[in-house]
Design a protein around this ligand. Structure first.
Ligand SMILES: [Fe+2]
Length: 170
């Protein structure tokens, strides 16, 4: 089994009993991989991005268990110590583990975005969060201008949240 497939499997097991979290990271991974491919990322950067997308919210359960909170700050603080042993166990290279853990520790810190993996992870996460949280149009417009930089991420955000579908809606 390749490393990304094994990591996805391990994350589903890690989050067992919590389908909301499992659906979340699977969707963030799918958007991140699609944006990364459309943007033409090199193989290594795409690999790091995909791995980070699977584990980016791994700090949530520890935050809820230990501190009764699951906000972005606690995810960033607790996530790396949860992700590191999982990645090491699955045979990820040390420098890859370090970068993936850095991405986990900064995925809500837009001021520290330092590369396309960090940028696309943040874009993919918010493509999913805005839907899951039912964010209002005004908030989406502000976020679009503040965060989105890649052409494909911007296009997807517009297509999800600014275009209208006139068919039957549930
Ligand atoms: Fe997330």
């Amino acid at each position: 089994m390749d490393k990304l497939t094994a990591l996805c499997k391990a994350m589903i097991t890690y989050d067992k009993g919590d389908p909301r979290r499992i659906h979340h990271f699977l969707k963030v991974h799918a958007f991140a991989a699609q944006i990364g491919r459309e943007e033409g990322l090199d193989e290594k950067t795409l690999f790091l991005l995909e791995a980070a997308a699977y584990v980016h919210d791994i700090g949530i359960h520890e935050g809820e268990r230990r501190f009764g909170r699951n906000d972005g700050q606690i995810q960033q603080e607790l996530g790396p110590d949860e992700a590191r042993p999982m990645l090491e166990e699955l045979g990820f290279e040390k420098e890859d583990v370090d970068r993936i853990c850095w991405l986990v520790a900064h995925h809500h810190s837009y001021g520290s975005i330092d590369g396309p993996d960090a940028q696309i992870l943040a874009e993919a996460d918010m493509l999913v969060n805005q839907y899951e949280d039912g964010a209002p149009l005004k908030q989406n417009e502000a976020l679009y201008h503040r965060l989105y930089k890649t052409e494909s991420g911007k296009r997807m955000f517009r297509e999800l949240y600014f275009d209208t579908y006139e068919g039957i809606k549930k």
